[in-house]
Design a protein around this ligand. Structure first.
Ligand code: MOS
Length: 695
């Protein structure tokens, strides 16, 4: 091979799938229409707890175009699963309002939807409990919090230390339930062919989905194929397999034709997950100069009757700041509510709202600048595990952010800057996200014409995964990116970890690099000769990833916000957000900037808007659409800037990269709330920051 000397990694390569997307050629799950296709529309429970005593299908079956009405009385039996949420139509029990209890299959989507509304269901309703509160008698300590952390940790004697600390901050913060709302709602097309099942699905992980679905239908994974080349966002809601996928497969099996099922935006509020509401008590004990002596963080949250999903809310407090005495706890209550799930920066986003708000309160209590307070509490090693950090550049992010934002000379006095009716304030918060890596596999093929094809069952959920893997492969092959084609989003490709935990690039990239290295070695043995059939090589990183040295691996950042609050109405506007991140090597500055800015926008949205409201009477979330569930729109985002520091870290992966998909969200809400306090003197400890809480 000749040496090009061209490096792709670090360059702002345009998205390799940009043309497909903007011309509409990129085909999403719902756009697949196999022959003989029919449509499914689910029926949802209208009670939050109870039993179905009768299902009347007569009127439904008389409707034009209706092929079947499937319910627990006539549904195919599924194999038992660890995930009770997936035992769809297997029982007369209702675990939450909105749960799927039947599905109507018809020739057109309109026929299916119309007929589904005619299903007669009688329930024996029971009293439901949807009330998440810290003193709930059924609060319990889960065995672990996601994905596999200890529920509680303790070092030293924080209670004793808090009784003697010169300065103590002790407050309770809360965050509401928040619903993932990717642009593309969930959708599945299920197609049985003999014993095989093909699913066109909007998923964050084709390999994972296959291995969950196959055993439900008593099949080996090889008999299921999941095709998901394009995904219109996921934000965590397309990690777990949700019941609609099972429903589509089950309906297709029952009627013997391919079935298309689109989850509506309204259904998403019950059926595809959300972030649990949290109540968090944070206690900080410090010397008068702000140096922490004790930190405790107790998190309370909910899960459903069907699934224990334990948001790891307090885990960030284990590693953020030095303090000899420390404790974190998680408590959970199982309620008659829909099942919560992963939502961008699960744990870190609500947890850092509480911790970084408390740090701001401590800064004020000690009369120390909030940037300086964080610098003073920088740990030399991970305070939880004692492991060295592979790299930790929080202080550099804070300093660089302060310089770019214009923090120097800030008057700490709250409520002291007013222009007309607008009160102005600035705030800062730290940010962090763990750097995970999971085993994956990849294959690469050299063609005689000099082109390469890289194959991996990765997922590009809109992040630019195809693009950065192209760059990573190009460098490993020492070839121009234009000669490298990357195929993803198909479980028939070499298995790979799902797109989650901000670990896609690190995990898939490692497998791609190893496969490319193997191919380069093979081509070397052949003297560079590529026969007409091409040359292939593959790699599996299971051993490499499991055998990696022990370090505390995390990305860090600093978030700065400037807000204006209307002194008369309390309306809050974020005038400016500025983030500086240290996240290893940035593979592509263009897609990376979008990740950071997108994450920060979600943080802004969390700070000011997002809130799912539980209707206690009916027992489900009463907002069901974008009219009632607000996310930040263009007009809400005035000025967001993301910067990053050059960070060399040899302990991560062959690219030297850290995950960047979620860190942008972490700390943002605290930076905004801290700025609101600076503007108004009002401390909002309960998100979102609504005007009625300010006036
Ligand atoms: Mo992220 S919530 O792990 O997609």
């Amino acid at each position: 091979m000749t040496t090009t000397g061209i490096r792709s990694v670090g360059g702002a390569l345009d998205r390799v799938d940009a043309l497909e997307k903007v011309t509409g050629r990129a085909r999403y799950a719902y756009e697949n229409s196999p022959r003989e296709l029919v449509y499914a529309f689910p029926v949802q429970a209208t009670v939050a707890k109870g039993e179905i005593v009768h299902v009347g299908v007569d009127a439904v079956l008389k409707q034009p175009g209706v092929i079947a009405a499937i319910w627990h009385g006539n549904a195919p039996r599924l194999a038992p699963s660890d995930d009770d949420e997936l035992a769809v139509l297997q029982s007369r029990r209702v675990a939450y309002r909105g749960q799927y209890i039947a599905v109507v299959v018809a020739e057109t989507p309109e026929d299916a939807r119309e007929a589904a509304g005619m299903l007669r269901v009688e329930y024996a309703a029971e009293d439901h409990d949807v009330d998440m509160r810290p003193d709930h008698p059924r609060m319990y300590r889960p065995d672990h919090v996601n994905p596999n952390f200890q529920s509680d940790t303790q070092r030293g004697d924080p209670d004793a230390a808090l009784t003697t600390a010169p300065v103590v901050v002790d407050h309770t913060y809360s965050t509401p339930a928040e619903h993932n709302n990717p642009m593309e709602p969930h959708a599945t097309v299920a197609l049985w062919d003999g014993d095989g099942l093909t699913l066109f699905d909007s998923t964050q992980g084709a390999s994972a989905l296959r291995s969950v679905i196959a055993p439900l239908f008593g099949m080996p994974p090889a008999q299921v194929r999941v095709i998901a080349p394009y995904i219109g966002g996921g934000f965590g809601s397309k990690i777990e397999v949700h019941p609609h996928v099972v429903l589509a497969a089950l309906a297709a099996k029952q009627v013997g034709r391919p079935v298309k099922l689109a989850v509506t935006r309204q259904q998403m509020f019950a059926i595809t997950g959300y972030r649990t509401p949290t109540v968090q008590r944070v206690r900080l004990g410090a010397e008068t100069d702000g140096r922490l002596i004790a930190v405790t963080h107790d998190a309370f949250e909910q899960t459903s009757i069907l699934v224990e999903f334990a948001e790891p809310t307090a885990i960030v407090t284990r590693m953020m700041y030095a303090a000899p005495h420390r404790r974190t706890t998680h408590r959970l209550v199982r309620l008659n509510v829909p099942t919560p799930t992963w939502m961008r920066a699960p744990g870190e986003a609500p947890g850092m709202f509480a911790l970084e708000s408390a740090m701001d309160e401590l800064a004020i209590a000690c009369g120390v600048d909030p940037v300086e307070l964080r610098v003073r509490n920088e740990p030399a090693k991970d305070p939880d595990t004692g492991l060295p950090f592979s790299s930790r550049n929080l202080v550099a992010c804070l300093r660089e952010g302060a310089r770019r934002f214009g923090w120097a000379g800030r008057d700490p006095e709250p409520g002291a800057r007013r222009v007309g009716r607008t009160l102005l304030g600035t705030g800062v918060a730290a940010s962090t996200y763990p750097t995970y890596r999971a085993p994956s596999s990849a294959r690469v093929r050299a063609e005689p014409d000099g082109r390469f094809t890289v194959s991996i069952a990765a997922a590009d959920i809109g992040t630019g995964a195809r693009t950065v893997l192209t760059q990573i492969a190009a460098d490993a092959l020492d070839a121009p990116a234009g000669l490298v084609h990357v195929e993803v989003g198909d479980s028939a490709l070499p298995w790979a970890v799902l797109a989650g935990g901000s670990m896609g690039t690190g995990s898939w990239g490692t497998a791609v690099v190893r496969a490319c290295e193997a191919l380069v070695a093979e081509l070397g043995r052949r003297g560079g000769d590529v026969p007409p059939g091409g040359v292939e090589a593959a790699a599996d990183t299971s051993q490499e990833v499991r055998g990696q040295a022990e370090f505390a691996r995390h990305a860090f950042g600093a978030q700065f916000a400037e807000v204006g609050v209307d002194a008369d109405t309390g309306e809050t506007r974020v005038h400016r957000l500025l983030g500086v991140f240290a996240a290893g090597r940035i593979i592509n500055p263009k897609t990376a900037r979008s990740q950071f800015v997108g994450g920060m926008t979600m943080g802004l949205s969390m700070a000011l808007m997002e809130e799912s409201v539980m209707d206690r009477e009916f027992g489900d979330y009463l907002n069901h659409d974008f009219a009632q569930y607000h996310v930040a729109a263009h007009a809400d985002v005035r000025d967001i800037e993301a910067f990053w520091l050059e960070e060399e870290d040899p302990h991560l992966n062959p690219m030297g990269s850290k995950g960047i998909g979620e860190i942008g969200t972490v700390g943002t809400a605290a930076a905004v709330a801290n700025a609101v306090h600076h503007a108004t003197g009002v401390r909002i400890r309960d998100l979102p920051i609504r005007l009625d809480k300010l006036v």
